[in-house]
Structure formats: C-alpha cells, structure tokens
Design a protein around this ligand. Structure first.
Ligand SMILES: *Cc1c(COP(=O)(O)O)cnc(C)c1O
Length: 368
C-alpha cells in the first residue's frame, strides 16, 4: 500500500464546513426572481451602503501598486478620536473576524479552553479548534441573558484563557448588562466583547473600560454602521500590555489600501453615517412593534439593526421559505435553541413596508 503524500491535519479533514450567507445572485437564481427585486434582510448589512464620499474617494484610489501602511497609522489616529482611546491601544484588522483569529493565536496553547455563550455569533467557536482551543459552550438562559454561575464555575475548573461575548448579541439583539460584564471581569481570564452593533444601541461602547481592566478586549467594525462589510475593516481596543505581542504576530498588510481609505473617509463622515444608523434603529423599532402584533411572531427586544423572533404555529424554516417566495430573504438557523426562530435585519422604510405587507397578507389569507 502506498502512503499518502498529501496529509492535511486530521481535525480539519473531519471538520464540518462553515456556511456563510448566500449571495443575492445565488438566491435570485434559486427563486427565479431578478436580483434587484429581492429584499435582503438576512445578514444585518447596511441597506444604505457606504458613505457617498467613500464611493467618490475609491473611484480615484491612489497607490494600489504600493503596499499599505502596516500600522494603519492614519486610520488608527482617526479611530482614537472616534473612540476616545489612545491610538497605541488600537489594532486594525481585515474585519473584526481577523482579530478574533489573532486573539486566539495570541492566547491559546494546546489544552486551553475558551468560553462561548450560544446562541451567539458563530465565528468564535468556528475559529477556535483551528488554534487548538477547546470550546466550552455555556448556553444563555431562556431570555438570552448569561449564565454567570456556570461561566464562573467553568473558569475555576478549566483552563479558560478567553471568554467571547457579543453585545448587542447576534442573533438575539440585546445588550449584556454592565454589572454582568463587571462580574466576569473579576474572573481570572480575558474577556473579549464584540461590539459589532454598538452604533445601533442606546448604550455607549465599553471601549473606555479597557483603560481600567487589563483583561478586557473590545472588538468593533466598520462593516455594519459604516456599510463597509465588503471591504473588510475592523479594529480592536486592547490593554497596553498586549499590544507589542499583537504587533509581532499580525500580518503586516492585513488592511488593504482601499479598506484603509474607505475607513478613514467614513470616519470623516461619521456624523452622517451615525444618523443613518439611528434611522435604521428606528426601522428596527418599527419592526419590533409590528411583529409583536402578529399572532405567529414573538420578537425579542433588540438594541441592534435586526430582530430575532420566535415563530409559532408553523416551522421557522417554512416561514423563511414563504418569505423567500415573496422575494424577502431572512435568516433561519438550524441550531439548538434557534430551531423555532427567525432573524430579520432592519431595511429601508420602503423595504420594511413591503415586509410588513407580506407578513400581514400571510396572516389575513390564513395561509398559515
Ligand atoms: C457581522 C459581525 C462581525 C463581522 O465583523 P467584520 O468586521 O465584518 O469581520 C463581527 N461580529 C459580529 C457579532 C457580527 O455580527
């Protein structure tokens, strides 16, 4: 018998594939509808797109033949102004997703564990095994609050290097109570708080807390509020002591010249983009109120640009398919605790009008 020459890691060979959201073209083809008629409310993207000034700036993007600034120096200065945190404690990445990986690389040695609090954003537990981290899942309570006792116990009993938290949480939409975060910060482990949706919330970012706690990392991104998801630019706010080590392991050219310029122009236009984010938050409020009036949806209170609903009287997958046939794409999770749930992202007012019209028609036609 010949021995295989090509031997990839056995754990990767047996790993299941991550399924990112499907592109609009793929959906359109599958549904037999033109892509421009679809209303995409499945990925929490910003329906207004980026700032018009970004579109203009990128049309004449200079220096594409030159490598980007490995320190993203100018961008970090602007982020320091925007967050009120010194630039020396900010590190940029190709999306917050890259920083999640970088944090795992920095902390995890074989035998270490991370705490994940499902239902939550999938990337924490998805990336962890690649870096040999054991994932301890501590499910949220029925109201999606954290099970602090179980988390504290896991930290005492196991080698928990990192606790990944998401606030506002994707997909449930709510913020983690500040006193809960204080309780967790007292534990002998590092807490990573992903604030991808904080610009849609009525509460301030915890960025300032990093000065106070040597075991707190805050992740943020321009993907959602600034509409730059496709360009991949996010950032982390880190305790001072971690920065020299992060610089050692970061890919030097992780933030490309287009993303860097787009992020800087967005920060110069932050007021306008924040006004749009508030506008989307108002559409989300409108959705929450309307959903609560439908007999088959029970929305959870949200502080983000999406609403999670429990679906009753039919399967959530069926509900998703019915909306898809009407050209509206929403997110269904084939996962524990979420089998009977649907997440719907806030759209522009006319998109929300159409969504509510379809939902009410489903109801009054009694097709359910
Ligand atoms: C969308 C999302 C991100 C992705 O951030 P990128 O900067 O686009 O990588 C991170 N965290 C959560 C919870 C998200 O929903």
């Amino acid at each position: 018998m010949t021995r295989d020459k090509v031997r990839i890691r056995r754990d990767i060979a047996s790993m299941s594939a991550y399924t990112p959201t499907t592109s609009l073209d793929v959906f359109a083809k599958r549904l037999g509808l033109p892509a421009e008629d679809l209303i995409k409310l499945d990925a929490n993207e910003n329906p207004y797109g980026p700032s018009p000034r970004v579109v203009e700036a990128l049309a004449s993007l200079p220096n594409m033949q030159v490598y980007p600034d490995p320190e993203s120096g100018r961008l970090r200065e602007l982020l320091a102004e925007y967050t009120g945190v010194p630039a020396a404690q900010i590190l940029c990445g190709a999306g917050a997703d890259e920083l999640i990986e970088l944090i795992l690389q920095l902390f995890i040695e074989p035998g270490d564990a991370i705490i994940n609090t499902p239902p939550t954003f999938a990337m924490y537990s998805f990336n962890a095994p690649l870096y040999h981290a054991e994932v301890i899942d501590i499910y949220r309570r029925a109201d999606f609050s954290l099970d602090l006792e179980a988390m504290a116990e896991a930290v005492t009993r196991r080698n928990v290097k990192l606790v990944f938290l998401c606030s506002p949480n994707n997909p449930s939409g709510g913020l983690i109570a500040r006193e809960d975060i204080r309780t967790l910060l007292a534990l002998p482990t590092t807490i990573v708080i992903d604030e991808a949706y904080i610009e849609f919330a009525e509460q301030e970012s915890l960025a300032q807390w990093v000065a106070e706690y040597p075991n707190l990392i805050v992740l943020r991104t321009l993907s959602k509020w600034a509409g730059l998801a496709g360009l991949r630019v996010g950032y982390g706010i880190f305790p001072r002591a971690l920065m020299p080590h992060l610089w050692k392991i970061k890919q030097p050219y992780n933030v490309n010249v287009a993303a860097d310029l787009a992020a800087r122009v967005s920060l110069h236009d932050a007021e306008h983009l924040q006004e749009r984010a508030r506008h989307l938050a108002r559409q989300r409020e409108r959705m929450e109120i309307a959903f609560a009036e439908l007999p088959y949806l029970a929305p959870y209170p949200s502080q983000s640009n999406f609403v999670l609903n429990r679906v009753t009287g039919m399967s959530a997958a069926d509900f998703r398919d019915r909306l898809a046939r009407a050209g509206i794409i929403v997110r269904y999770y084939n996962k524990p605790r979420l089998y009977d749930h649907i997440r719907i992202s806030a759209g522009k007012p006319d998109q929300v009008d159409r969504l509510l019209e379809v939902l009410r028609a489903l109801h009054s036609d009694n097709v359910l």
